[in-house]
Design a binder for this molecule. Sequence first.
Ligand SMILES: [Cu+2]
Length: 500
Amino acid sequence: MHRATLLLCLLAALAAASCNRPDATAVSAAVPSDGGSLKGDFGPPQGEPIKAVLTSPPQVPPATNRTTPAKVIVELEVIEKEMPISEGVSYMFWTFGGTVPGSFIRVRQGDTVEFHLKNSPSSKMPHNIDLHGVTGPGGGAASSFTAPGHQSQFTFKALNAGLYIYHCATAPVGMHVANGMYGLILIEPPGGLPKVDREYYVMQGDFYTTGKYREKGLQPFDMQKAIDERPTYVLFNGSEGSLTGDKALAGKTGETMRLYVGNGGPNLVSSFHVIGEIFDKVWFEGGARFQENVQTTLIPAGGAAMMDFHVEVPGSYVLVDHSIFRAFNKGALAILKVEGPENKAIYSGKEVDEVYLGDRAQPNLAAVTAATKSATGGALTIDEQVKAGQALFAGTCSTCHQANGAGLAGVFPPLAKSDFLAANPKRAIDVVLGGLTGPVKVNGQDYNSVMPPMSQLNDDEIANILTYVLGNWGNPGGKITKAEVAERRKAKSAVAATGR
Ligand SMILES: [Cu+2]
């Protein structure tokens, strides 16, 4: 038979097969639907009005445990406030309820919600709220426009069950969202959600500062970076370290955990993943149906998802945006610490190790903050630089050169007692900024490998790391200043610009 005819026959056969499949329609009819606004009105509210319990992340309010619709009063205050965005870095956040993300709101489908939006007298800007769970133009935005020191009120019936985000929609909308103005509202289905042992509230957002990642001090918003969608930070719950170290989420083996995860954006889509776990259920897009056995779930900007998983094995589980540079270089990383007896039949052991996570597992960058303070005051001592450098070295250089600077024979040269370093200490600035490739001889041994550029580190960080390296392990000592690093960085970019 002719090739084209054969193809046509095949196609026809396929089409006929799918047309004749009687179960195709039967399946969709068999899936019960309790969704849709037409099925969400259970009549007028009953009983006394209830004041909604609002919680700060990562906490979630208790289940409504109601079988009838109620009138629920929500009072939410907008507060503009300076808070840490990373260790030693602060940012002027605009918040719903004083936190990023804003307070978690929980109601039941069919409830009548009387919403009060207050704008703190200390605010500089007017704000409003668009709740994605509202049926009505603007999701409440036009009805809730509130000047500083004012309050507004509107009422809506929560017709659709699901997990919805809310956000400010005052112009310029992108800027209000980028400053942290978003949160989650859960509208429970009438029968509630399946019971679990623990629930947590996590929300991703992208942030744009004029300074580089971890550049210290109060960092202003950078509108151009936001327009270009080039975030400086991608974060869970509004600050780097908000859910790591002693603020990690907690769990016990044998428990079922539920995460309510939103993505405020304003720009990025999240590939949300928990390293070492599989979501037993994901209510994708925050809707009424769940998918089972999911590794990574996509959460659009302005969207949300709920996920359940049962934990069998103790240890540290790492929540990331699996667009992985965001996790390791922009902050999108959180820890769930699960305690309980080992379960060697399921997993043999050895925890998430330091090398994988660097300084992100247990960030202790207090020394970095101290050094920054002294630097601003003009009284930075070598000792402070060394301490800050040590903390930073542990997170970046130790992966290859090892925590004690000894390197790995034949692969990573030693920084301890390095004659390469001693011959020209300032050359190390160029090594860190530009990386190093090709043959080098260190302490008599030949290396011919690649060190990638570490130019993502800022001038401060490089100065402190190198001062630490120079002052330890039998190296000659001395000091590298932030200004010296800045100068070398400028010289390098000038060379790059001339194309030489
Ligand atoms: Cu706003």
